[in-house]
Design a protein around this ligand. Structure first.
Ligand code: ADP
Length: 481
């Protein structure tokens, strides 16, 4: 074959395979493009090859130079990447028109390829942005303490957070794209979500819902979607679950507290009112009766004062606003003082109140007034709930290893039934069977517990047997020197 023939063949094949290869390569690179576009690119390239291959045969030897130039041009096009500009060969001969047409086609293809490159970069960018947004949304949802479940128009879960998975007991990873009823065992909740979805956009429901025995949730379902007037445009439901168990407990405790306080205040007040009215109406005819009435009024007033003081002390400790004045306090001296102050009450009931003095001296770092109040409450209860002629013993023990000191108050009194022991330190709790023995408010032991455990990080304990007696023991850390 002559050089001319070879060149013609190379030009034809190179252009054909080169352009087709370029088109195929680009086609693989831009796979998401619609098929017709690839037919256009590939077809153009093949057509160029065929035209180029046909020219030499038609035009003869005189175009040898032009064909060589075209061959080189075709090679350059085949090797060029989509970004580079390929200049057409300079030709004077009869193939110059074909070369220009080829060049034009190459330019168009290059532009298209560049455009496709640009589209691909934009698509990649958009996909990275939406992935980042999705992760962001997940992180925000998981940071929320309320449970959130998002369902779509087909009632399938599209989004949920950890709090929802824990509250509703489902596996978060396996919940996505699954029907609601497969995820949630609570059929009432499933119905609520579906009903909200059926009610259409802008529908919002909020109900109190019990999950399991002990937890109460405020469940708010909101139907989200486009047009509020069209039910069909609802895109899904956002369900938010807020644990209101604690709030409900607190609300119940508050109303319970208010009713108990009112009751406790009313009893002494009614008594004071009645005796004062009798005194005003002159129903106390002699001095002895009048003194008796005055005593009752005074006792009830003291009871009222104790009640109010105790309520205030407890609520200050509970709300954390109590001012604690810690100082080194000699516990043996403090206990001895309490015993001395209560001795007259014990004597009045012929009760032997004894304190076993502790040989060594040690101090606790505590609020003296509070510990004094707690110790007084325990010893006065022991005297109160011990029948005449009984005994009350008070002593201390030091645990050198734990660096703690305990104060024990033991009586030979009426005792406390085992069933009542777990409730003994609750506010307003009074042992029914002991109510006849002495009057009280049921706040004393609650205050002792708060003073010892909440304020001084100590411990209060009780052992008791009905008809035998009780022993109350509180333990405090010893102050370091
Ligand atoms: P109260 O003002 O009723 O005495 P407390 O909180 O001090 O209130 O005591 C709660 C209840 O515990 C009392 O009502 C009483 O029934 C019982 N209690 C407390 N201390 C003793 C004790 N040493 N012996 C028997 N019962 C006691």
């Amino acid at each position: 074959m002559t050089t001319y023939g070879k060149n013609a063949l190379i030009l034809g094949l190179t252009t054909c395979f080169g352009s087709a290869g370029l088109a195929a390569g680009v086609s693989a690179w831009f796979a998401p493009l619609p098929q017709p576009a690839w037919f256009m690119v590939g077809g153009g390239a093949v057509a160029l090859g065929v035209i180029a291959a046909s020219f030499p045969m038609v035009l003869g030897r005189s175009t040898k130079r032009d064909i060589d130039a075209l061959t080189n041009f075709a090679r350059t096009v085949a090797q060029a990447d989509s970004e580079s500009q390929t200049a057409p060969p300079r030709m004077n001969g009869s193939l110059s028109q074909a070369a220009r047409a080829m060049s034009q086609t190459v330019r168009q293809l290059t532009q298209e390829i560049n455009g496709l490159h640009q589209n691909r970069r934009e698509l990649e960018l958009t996909s990275r942005v939406s992935e980042a947004e999705r992760r962001n949304l997940e992180a925000i949802l998981n940071a929320i303490s309320d449970g959130v479940v998002v369902t779509d128009a087909f009632n399938e879960v599209t989004l949920a957070n950890g709090a929802a998975a824990r509250a509703l007991e489902f596996e978060l990873e396996q919940s996505l794209r699954r029907p609601l009823e497969e995820i949630l065992v609570d059929s009432r909740l499933v119905k609520l979500i579906k009903d909200t979805r059926d009610a259409g956009p802008a529908m919002r429901r909020s109900v109190e819902h019990k999950l399991r025995e002990s937890s109460t949730y405020q469940v708010t379902t909101t139907c989200v979607g486009g047009d509020a007037s069209e039910k069909a445009s609802a895109t899904g439901v956002v369900t938010v679950l807020r644990d209101v168990t604690k709030d409900k407990e607190i609300a119940e405790m508050k109303s319970d507290f208010v009713s108990k306080v009112s009751h406790e205040l009313r009893t002494p007040l009614s008594s004071i009112k009645a005796y004062i009215e009798m005194l005003i109406d002159g129903e106390a005819h002699d001095e002895e009766t009048r003194v008796e009435f005055y005593d009752i009024v005074q006792n009830e007033t003291n009871r009222l004062q104790r009640l109010i003081d105790n309520i205030l002390s407890i609520s200050r400790i509970e709300s954390g606003v109590v001012k604690v004045h810690r100082e080194p306090v000699s516990l043996p001296a403090l206990v001895a003082e309490c015993v001395e102050v209560l001795q007259p009450q014990a004597v009045a009931k012929s009760i032997t109140l004894t304190e076993q003095p502790y040989p060594a001296s040690f101090e606790v770092f505590a609020d003296r007034d509070m510990i004094y109040q707690a110790t007084m409450n325990l010893i006065s209860n022991a005297v109160k709930y011990t029948p005449d002629g009984g005994a009350v013993d008070v002593w201390m023990d030091v645990d050198e290893h734990d660096r703690t000191v305990s104060v024990s108050v033991k009586d030979s009194g009426v005792g406390i039934p085992a069933d009542d022991l777990p409730n003994l330190f609750q506010k307003f709790f009074r042992v029914q069977s002991n109510n006849k023995v002495a009057k009280g408010t049921g706040l004393g032991l609650n205050l002792v517990k708060h003073v010892v455990e909440t304020v001084h990080e100590g411990k209060i304990d009780v052992k008791s047997e009905v008809g035998v007696g009780s022993t109350f023991i509180y333990t405090l850390p010893i102050a370091d020197n």
